[in-house]
Design a protein around this ligand. Sequence first.
Ligand code: NAG
Ligand code: NAG
Ligand code: NAG
Ligand code: NAG
Length: 620
Amino acid sequence: MRIAVCWLLVGLAQAAMQDDEPCRLWLARSHLYESDAPKYGLYAGVTFKVNDTLPNMEIGIPMVDFQDGPHSSTYPEIMQALETFFWTADYAGTAKWEGNHSSTILVPGVGVLANYHAGYSNIDWVQSAVFNRQYPEAWTRPSSQPHPSRGATSSYFNMTMRASADIPVGMELFANFGEVWDPEINKDDVYEQLLTRWDYQGADAIMKRMNDYLTLYKENLSGELGLEVVDFMRESILGPHHGRRAKSIRSLLPATPKKIHEASQLGGTFLYRNQDMIKSPDWLEDRGVCVDTLEVKPSTKKDAGFGAFATRDFDVGDIISVSPMITMYKDMFDMYRSEEVNSKDDEKKVIEFDLDTKIGEQLAMNYAFGHSESSVVFLPTSPYVAYMNHDSEEFNAYVDWSEHDDVVSRDELTAGTLQELKYSPQLSAVFQIVAVQDIKKGDEVLINYGAKWEEAWQKYKRARRKTSWTQRAMDVAKEYADKPYPVDLKVGKIPYPEGVITACFIKAEEVEDGRPKVNTQDQQILQWTGPRTDADMNGMDLVICDLVDRDMDEKGSYTYTVKARVKGTNEIAQVEGVAHAAVTLTDRPYTSDMHAPGAFRHWIEIDDQRFPQHWRDLRS
Ligand SMILES: *[C@@H]1O[C@H](CO)[C@@H](O)[C@H](O)[C@H]1NC(C)=O
Ligand SMILES: *[C@@H]1O[C@H](CO)[C@@H](O)[C@H](O)[C@H]1NC(C)=O
Ligand SMILES: *[C@@H]1O[C@H](CO)[C@@H](O)[C@H](O)[C@H]1NC(C)=O
Ligand SMILES: *[C@@H]1O[C@H](CO)[C@@H](O)[C@H](O)[C@H]1NC(C)=O
């Protein structure tokens, strides 16, 4: 045990000393730490300016019909904790149609580890990145023999976040969880005490204009006069406004021109009031672990898709990364057929699962670490750890329990029973990835997934070779990059493979006066207004659509008239002028690669000697 502790310290010291590359992301105890979760947070190791992307082009792993699934009653504590880790699948575009009822996605890295702060957020999704992903070439090669990792790994990669405010070095990252998530919303009594991010945003907008004004008339507003102007703005203009927001905003505005200038320089009223939140570089080095040690590139391994590559050199024994893990149980991954039925007492629909027929396992199982003899598994949350590929002979790293955590030690955790583990706070289990060979910057980091995994994979590959492969949306989408989509399809003449349907990005407004506002079927007619560029594409605007007519605009590009349930209404509307680039193809629920019958599912085996004996509840 002692030896492992020494390794960690040596490892960290070495990693820190040899670094030429600055570490952009640190994992450390969250500023919001209380005696239970959330325990970890991510901190900026460099300055991120507004709109800079974060180093997290991660995978999104869809959890299909999981949230309302049968596990909520078996594992209520875990399911509740997972809510704060999972995103609604709107953020991963077509992933929202993987399931019949609900699709949520798990996005390791920033997507899980960045916390929520009611008063502040400084990072947000680049909604378009997941639509602009470049599939590995081998995946899209037309061939009757499928690439084996299709259906075994997530096709929703390139999930990217960006800074939504200037983030100084040492600041913790707080994600915009979206307004619907806020558990405090609509509780006025709580909001009386609590400053919200809307208050800070409001104060920032006013402060910016005050600062611009004070800067412009700097010469003329020195001394008393400047103070008086600020006072006038705060008290005489904002003062008479009653209500909680006006009061909150006024309380957030600094009282002197000098302080207004300082607060503006620092990046806003939140950072100005909470300067203790910004940690020093020494604090990061002492208390944190650099988790900016891997990057994603096409793997050097055949059949593996993408892989994790070292962004710096490591010596034998160095810690490459540290990953808090999500604790789950194997049966939570089981999938069952389900349907919506009317509940007995009222109109409300409920989802009924047929627990007698297991139809498969969630894809997330392939990213989990576990042991054949135990029902417990752990999902990694640190950046790019989920991308580490397997090599049973030439692996250069291994996974072990970490001693980094100063709250729940490895010994304490692994001494607990399986039952206790179920109730311990999520992310208490922490893994470290340790180099077993010298690793040079640019080397692919490979671990040994274990003999059981290898056996299962070889068996799966042999079986897959014998099956024919159904074409998916991804296979046909390329074909229609320039070619017009067919319109007004008669049943039986659908040119797409089974299961492939059209979806459209739609923002729309009422048609101009003078044009018909409803069609012969009494459906509202709307004019398409966007999104017009790749960068504006957003999963929230993506809806299933039927193409009914095609036209050509003045630039010679195809446009379509489509029928769709436009966001905000539940009615089908007719939308005109939809650009070719706003039409895409997607797979119907339960027909994409990850749902292929017999798709590969196996956890990564944790080394026998490292897996506690008393957790082996499945030993026969
Ligand atoms: C950041 O990006 C958004 C959306 O693309 C844009 O509206 C905004 O002007 C950008 N802000 C800065 C400071 O570049
Ligand atoms: C990720 O998205 C960006 C655009 O948002 C794109 O330029 C890049 O090629 C994508 N990367 C991959 C690997 O798909
Ligand atoms: C500021 O004051 C100076 C003289 O004190 C005057 O010349 C100048 O016009 C003033 N500037 C503005 C913008 O009023
Ligand atoms: C999903 O819904 C379709 C259509 O209602 C149904 O046929 C199918 O069995 C459902 N699949 C699952 C796994 O529930």
